[in-house]
Structures are given as C-alpha cells and as structure tokens.
Design a protein around this ligand. Structure first.
Ligand code: ADP
Ligand code: MG
Ligand code: MG
Length: 237
C-alpha cells in the first residue's frame, strides 16, 4: 500500500487555484522525485503532506489513514521534512539535533545524538560545533540528521541540494539513498534538477500548473525523459 496517497486534492489561496485536483500515490519505501517549473505547486504538495496546510477538497491518506484523522503529534512523528535553507537554531549542532525531542518535552541523550550524526556520516566532534559555522553541505546533513531523530516513516525533502556545489549535491544524494535503504524510509524529494530527479528517483512526478502532468517509472525512459525536458522548458511537447 502507498505511504502517501492523494485523491483529487484541491488547494487554493484566495481565488487562486494552486493545486487543481492532484491524484497519485507515493510508494512505500521508495524514492519518488517531484520536478516541475517554479510555481507548479511542488512545495504546496509537501506542506499538505505534513499537515501545515489542509486541502479545500479531496483527501490525503498517510499510510491509509486520512490525514485529518491523524493527531499533529503523531503526524510529526511519522513525517519528517528538510528544506533548502536548512534553518538552524542558534547554538551547537547538539542543540539542533535535540529540537524534535524538546518539542515533545523530552531530551536527546548524547548517545542518540551521536547515532543521529553517524546516520549522516558526521563524526561526534560535530556535536559541539556552532551551528552557524557549518558549510552548506554540513548544515544540510545536520538538518537531515535532525529529521531522523524521530525515526520518521516518510521523509519530505524540498530542494535540499539547490544551493550546494556539485560535490556536496552528490554526497547528499548518496546519503539519502543510504537512508532509504537502511531504514526503508519513503522519500518524497522535490528538485529543480531534472537530471537529479531521474538519477535518484525510483519514480518521478512531473508537476505543471498545479497538476500532475506525468508520473511513474516510465518517465525515466526515453523518449519520456525528453518530453519531461520539454515540459520544464515551458512548452507541452
Ligand atoms: P513550487 O514549489 O512548485 O515552486 P509552490 O507550491 O511554492 O510552487 O507555489 C505554487 C503557487 O502558489 C505559486 O504560483 C506561488 O506563487 C503560489 N503561492 C505559494 N504560497 C503562496 C502564498 N503564501 N501566498 C500567495 N501565493 C502563494
Ligand atoms: Mg518555487
Ligand atoms: Mg518550491
């Protein structure tokens, strides 16, 4: 059964339709990448998945339960999210890793913090590093480690490599693949980069103007990939 299932989901801001009837599912334990031009509604899709916003019409199922029947605390446990700018609180890396626990009124032990860092390939020396002094790649790794503290079943990634150099991009890609394999976490990964989407996605969704223009494994194959290129250039092929 799918980890996340959208059924005719509509979402508007004021009179402006942002999502116009999105239907489709994200397979359990797989990596699905989401591509599409800026403004297509990709980030809106993720905000709906973690309950930050709610649909006007239609239903989102998380592990077969309608999302509005899952408590916010439970939802935060199941669904993790990492963003492009990897926002950090002031303080050390350890302070940042503890945030998901603090939200539940709990502490993170030193051992758990080390494990979280190990999950993203960082050594324990990083625990005492100032979060404001990390490189872009390190910052993104800490952000991912922080989402793993809750052991989510579903991980939402919004353009997490967009501001990184090529080497760090590839490193993060490998890291997410490893996390997907090791924990069986379902990954929904928005990216601007079609090559990246095709490289890392078991499945790919192409979004256009608030709709799913194309989806599936088949978009990986020529000539579908070429069609996707056309979409991203702005014209329907
Ligand atoms: P994407 O992530 O694909 O670039 P978004 O989901 O961020 O697209 O946005 C989809 C559309 O919704 C865009 O046209 C954007 O301008 C609009 N939008 C998003 N958030 C807001 C907001 N808070 N107020 C008004 N319009 C918004
Ligand atoms: Mg955008
Ligand atoms: Mg976006």
């Amino acid at each position: 059964q799918p980890a996340v299932d959208f059924r005719d989901v509509h979402y508007s801001i004021g009179d402006t339709p942002i999502l116009k009837g999105v239907t489709g599912s994200f397979p359990d334990g797989k990596i699905t990448t989401v591509v599409g031009p800026s403004g297509a509604g990709k980030s809106t899709l993720l905000k709906l998945c973690n309950g930050l916003i709610s649909p006007d019409r239609g239903t989102i199922f998380i592990q077969e339960t309608p999302i509005d029947r899952i408590s916010p605390i439970r939802l935060r446990q199941i669904v993790g999210i990492a963003l492009q700018d990897a926002p950090m609180i002031e303080g050390t890396v350890a302070d940042n890793l503890a945030v998901p626990r603090k939200l539940k009124g709990e502490d993170l032990t030193a051992e758990e913090a080390e494990t979280a860092l190990a999950d993203v390939g960082l050594l324990r020396d990083f625990l005492n590093r100032n979060s404001q002094e990390l490189s872009g790649g390190q910052r993104q790794k800490v952000s991912i480690a922080r989402t793993l503290v809750n052991r989510p079943d579903i991980l939402l990634l919004d353009e997490i490599t967009s501001s990184l150099d090529r080497t760090s991009q590839r490193e993060i890609e490998e890291l997410i693949r490893a996390i997907n394999r090791k924990f069986g976490v379902t990954i929904i990964w928005i990216t601007h980069n079609l090559d990246q989407a095709l490289r890392i996605g078991d499945y790919t969704w192409v979004m256009m103007d608030g709709e799913v223009a194309e989806s599936g494994e088949h978009v990986l194959e020529y000539p579908a990939a070429q069609r996707v290129q056309q979409f991203l250039k702005g014209g329907r092929a």
